[in-house]
Design a protein around this ligand. Structure first.
Ligand code: CP
Ligand code: NVA
Length: 304
């Protein structure tokens, strides 16, 4: 049987994603009540991380432990991947030994190649192209704070990057409107936009995107791997900081979201991220609960 992977939000159906969100909230409540739930006892999760991480690594490791399983964290130094052992061979070998593999990679193509040769589910923990696990937590957070996101308006302000691409996929799966404002030359990839065209509008003026929105979301202007472009990007993104003036254009009960790590005074003003509309700490916490629901879904589905 072919394993089910989670490389993009489009790998699950809309109905499966909806059920996953409900399950994430149930698992959160169980955890908060101190109810032990260990369906993954004896299961092993390997984590290959080519890039830094605070939230993703900790939430996957803590989540797997809470579900009764164990995890192995592998930095590039720890395997032969860094010394040229083919990704395909690594996938074949690892997937004979562990039950699920979580990968944070520089290149999305590497994760696709790995998944194509893995006998067990592979989860994308961020690539240069997308970050689907982040969106599970973000949608859960909106559901908890405001209810159903379908029909709402989300404004993405800033770089058309990996997290933006996953918001685009989410707009399709959860049926909300997504207005994206980027500087010229920093738009999301055209193929991601055209796959979800019905829900997405592109702008170059942050105010146009922000007006009447229910969520304003942003991310760093220089993602991991783009550090050398930082100075150039600070210039290009001038006028794209999410501050209280921009938040005022959104609906009165709009939320501010950011996947973190955040840079106060660059993509977001301290008054916003540390202000009353910000839900960034809930988003971060929900990484744990949403990914537990994902692990449970991928590892306890009945065989077909
Ligand atoms: N949001 C997120 O993925 O954070 P980390 O890079 O700390 O994992
Ligand atoms: N766009 C950011 C997200 C970090 C979670 C990056 O790729 O560095």
């Amino acid at each position: 049987m072919k394993p089910r992977h989670f490389l993009s939000l489009l790998d699950l159906t809309a109905a499966e994603l909806k059920r996953l969100m409900k399950r994430a909230m149930e698992l959160k409540s169980m955890q908060q009540r101190g109810k032990r739930h260990t369906p993954l006892t004896g299961k092993i999760m390997a984590m290959i991380f080519e890039k830094s991480s605070t939230r993703t690594r900790i939430s996957f490791e803590a989540g797997m432990a809470q579900l009764g399983g164990t995890s192995l964290f592998l930095s590039p130094r720890d395997t032969h991947l860094d010394r040229g052992e083919p990704v395909e061979d690594t996938a074949r070998v690892m997937s004979r030994m562990v039950d699920i593999i979580v990968i944070r990679a520089n290149s999305h193509a590497m994760v696709e190649r790995f998944a194509a040769h893995s006998h067990v589910p592979v989860i994308n923990a961020l690539t240069d192209l997308n970050h689907p696990c982040q969106l599970l937590a973000d949608i859960q957070t909106y559901l908890e704070k405001r209810g159903d996101i379908s029909g709402k308006k989300v404004a993405w302000i800033g770089d058309g990057n990996n997290v933006c691409h996953s918001w685009i996929s989410a707009s399709h799966q959860f049926k909300f409107r997504l207005d994206i404002a980027t500087p010229e030359g920093y738009e999301p990839k055209a193929e991601w936009v055209s796959a979800c065209r019905k829900h997405v509008t592109l702008h170059h003026d942050p105010k146009l995107a922000a007006r009447d929105s229910d969520i304003i979301v942003t991310d760093t202007w220089a993602s991991m791997g783009q550090e050398h472009e930082k100075a150039e990007r600070v210039g290009a993104f001038s006028g794209f900081m999410v501050d209280n003036n921009l938040m005022k254009l959104a609906n009165r009960d709009a939320l501010f979201m950011h996947c973190l790590p955040a840079y106060r005074g660059a993509e977001v003003a301290a008054e916003v991220i540390d202000g009353p509309q910000s839900v960034v700490w809930d988003e971060a916490e929900n990484r744990l609960h949403a990914q537990k629901a994902l692990l449970e879904f991928l590892l306890t589905r009945p065989a077909k």
